[in-house]
Design a protein around this ligand. Structure first.
Ligand code: ZN
Length: 703
């Protein structure tokens, strides 16, 4: 997944702190100071005190408020520079503080921080509303929009349209009393969404499967057993084994743990995150969020939240377009699952197991089928997947495709000793910085994501370099030993790195259309296409074990052969979540999450052996914010693009074809949202996207 910090434009940017305020205080809040150091300044992670966040954010928000007021109340007639460009200049301090704040939110949560987060979330929402509902400001934007000044660049004209549309969708045209209602809803939603994500984290941090006997972990690779022992030790359970209630520790156990009863117990705990009978239960929070989202959409003139959500900043534009695409893939995916389950059942029967494949058996038996059918044991690949080597491979491919080079930046302050920083250069010129935070720890959000600490721009003749980061939850294992990751993790690493490259190669004028600030059903395109290079022969050379021996050719051949295997599971897991998401956000009814989930899954004939990848009470994409609400389909939408784009390389017979790579860099990776995505895709491919490459990739049975 990807973690978008800024929605379009307005949440971004502003100017520095007001000098008056800083003089009044003896010691200026370090979070408010401009970043010092090379490359336009480095984030001062070493100076962060959690107690500074509240005052810094409040002061930075006030600066932004003052800047907006100045623009709105300007007595000069509105033009592009004094209105749209001026908006792009606002919020510089706030963006700096927020960049660091988001690191604590995602990577470094503490109980102290959570209190501040709860206080701040509605304040961010209120500030947003103040901007979007400012009628003087909107009048100016409308008049710039009407003028359609022909002297402006294409990027500037697009920026005007984006601002104009966004203001309308956010309620700029509402009556004053309606504006008050919308704003009250937004603030309530912000609090509820914070509550939601803290609840999921609560169940991940506090719940676990603790095992006394090592034999209960039979089948699990040694590295995972060691990690479970480490984790137990860390939690004061020396001599025991602790499986944390997170994807990174549960998935391996469900794939390899021989103890079926324990698999069932682990599965039930893990898939019940946010749905347990404790203080972290999210069901009521979800009902309330959906109710408020629906109410707001009605006020804004849309039949549902999904309609509202897709109306701006998406390629799909309407829920039905997204639903049509999902259903095109759903039927074949389900068919594939039934065929796969039948094969797994054969193994169970042959082993004398007197049970039907249950959800806690799926991963385990699909591994057995993989072994039987493709003679592929992922654990044999793992010794060749050293984290450090995969990182080198990623760097190598970025250089080969886009000509960019990475070099360690040792002097950069970091927020945890695990984090490393790098400069990124193109033609010997530094174009940005990349930070990497690879390991799981308490207080860190699960999963993997990219985030942006600073957005590229070159307004007013000064170039601002982007700073981006990749974050994941690999298990560190024993100190001093190489960290081995799974094949899935390897793909995830390349995925997040694709987002990072998208941020780093950005070369636009205005920050709100820079880098990954693109339509959300486009944003997964660069990341998904980057995953596809993993099987290039040049990349495989980086897969070596501790002794320096390369991954055996026959193992690689097996991996390639098994590429389409288990795609039924992956797609059903994902699509069921995406369909439930869309339906949740189309309904006008009060939602009981448990009932709703059951009803929709029955309706679409969900195979009983699989559960949604993210069940509703833990579906952070939908409820910890709204970037992916009614938008989980975006991965599939973007995958049509990424598969079709990768096919352009395959067609030339060269994974790293320089001509195609140059086009990808020019038309996709560097333009951000400065060009319409449909238009820029055609420039890259010479035609619109086709779905064929995607369907071929999965290898589903034809209808
Ligand atoms: Zn992503």
């Amino acid at each position: 997944m990807k973690f978008l910090i800024a929605a379009i434009g307005l949440v971004l940017v502003a100017c520095s702190t007001s000098p008056k305020t800083s003089q009044q205080k003896d010691v200026m809040n370090p979070l408010l100071k401009p970043w010092s150091g090379p490359y336009g300044g480095l984030p001062p992670f070493n100076l962060v005190k959690v107690s500074d966040f509240g005052p810094a954010l409040k002061e930075a928000m006030q600066s932004k408020r003052n800047e907006i007021k100045k623009i709105a109340e300007n007595s000069e007639p509105a033009n592009f520079d004094n209105t749209i460009a001026a908006m792009e200049r606002t919020g510089e301090t706030l963006e700096r503080v927020k960049a660091i704040y988001h690191v604590w939110k995602g990577n470094m949560q503490t109980p102290e921080f959570q209190v501040i987060e709860k206080e701040m979330a509605p304040k961010f929402a209120a500030l947003n509303d103040e901007i979007y509902q400012n009628s003087l400001l909107f009048q100016r934007i409308e008049s710039v929009h009407k003028a359609k000044n022909s002297k402006l660049t294409d990027e500037e004209r697009r920026l005007i349209t984006l601002y104009h549309d966004k203001f309308i969708v956010e309620g700029a045209r509402l009556k004053p009393d309606e504006k008050i209602k919308v704003s009250a809803i937004n603030q309530k939603l912000a609090s509820l969404e914070t509550q939601f994500s803290q609840n999921v984290l609560g169940d991940e941090d506090n719940e676990a499967i603790v095992v006394d006997n090592k034999s209960d972990l039979d089948g699990l690779p040694q590295g995972e057993i060691d990690s479970a022992a480490e984790d137990a030790n860390h939690h004061g359970l020396k001599g025991k084994y602790r499986l944390a209630n997170t994807r990174s520790s549960m998935e391996p156990f469900l794939s390899y743990g021989n103890n079926r009863a324990l698999r069932e117990k682990a599965f039930k705990l893990w898939t019940a995150r946010g749905d347990l009978n404790n203080q972290y239960n999210n069901n009521k929070v979800v009902t309330e969020i959906l109710k408020l989202r629906f109410e707001r959409s009605k006020l804004l003139g849309f039949p549902s939240f999904a309609h509202w959500s897709l109306a701006s900043e998406t390629m799909a534009k309407k829920p039905q377009a997204a639903m049509d695409l999902m259903l095109k893939v759903w039927g074949p995916a389900v068919k594939q699952v039934h065929a796969d389950v039948a094969e797994m059942q054969k193994i169970v029967d042959a082993e004398g197991g007197k049970f039907k494949i249950a959800p806690w058996d799926y991963r385990y038996y699909s591994e057995k089928v993989r072994k039987a059918k493709f003679d592929l044991d992922w654990n044999l690949a793992k010794p060749y997947l050293q984290l450090e080597q995969i990182r080198k491979a990623m760097f190598w491919s970025a250089e080969k495709l886009y000509g960019i080079k990475f070099a360690p930046l040792k002097e950069a302050p970091v927020f945890h000793p695990d984090v490393t920083a790098y400069t990124v250069s193109d033609n010997d010129k530094v174009i940005g910085l990349w930070y990497f935070d690879p390991y799981a720890r308490t207080g860190k959000k699960s999963g993997a994501w990219m985030s942006e600490y600073r957005t590229q721009q070159k307004m007013d003749s000064k170039t601002i370099l982007p700073i981006v980061s990749n974050n994941s939850n690999f298990i560190a294992g024993k100190p001093g030993e190489p960290v081995l990751i799974s094949w899935d993790d390897t793909n995830t690493m390349l995925h997040e790195f694709g987002h990072a490259i998208h941020g780093l190669l950005s070369n636009v004028q205005y920050p709100s259309v820079a880098g990954t600030n693109v339509f959300r059903d486009f944003v997964e395109f660069p990341s998904q296409v980057n995953e596809r290079f993993i099987l290039a022969p040049e990349m495989i050379k980086f897969m070596i074990n501790e002794k320096g021996e390369g991954i055996p050719n026959d193992l690689v051949a097996k991996i390639k052969k098994a590429e389409k295997f288990n795609q039924g599971f992956a797609q059903v897991e994902y699509l069921s979540s995406a369909i439930v998401d869309m339906k949740l956000h189309l309904t006008a009814e009060t939602v009981n999450p448990v009932e709703f989930e059951k009803t929709v899954l029955t309706e679409i004939k969900m195979p009983s052996e699989i559960v949604m990848r993210h069940r509703i009470p833990q579906f952070n994409h939908l409820f910890s914010g709204h970037d992916y609400s009614a938008g989980y389909y975006s991965y599939l939408w973007a995958q049509v693009l990424s598969e079709d784009a990768f096919q352009a390389f395959v067609e030339t017979g060269d994974y790293f074809n320089p001509k195609i790579a140059a086009k990808l860099k020019k038309h996709i990776m560097s333009v951000g949202n400065s060009v319409d995505p449909d238009v820029t895709y055609k420039k890259f491919r010479g035609r619109g996207p086709k779905i064929d490459a995607l369907l071929n990739r999965y290898g589903f049975p034809k209808n």
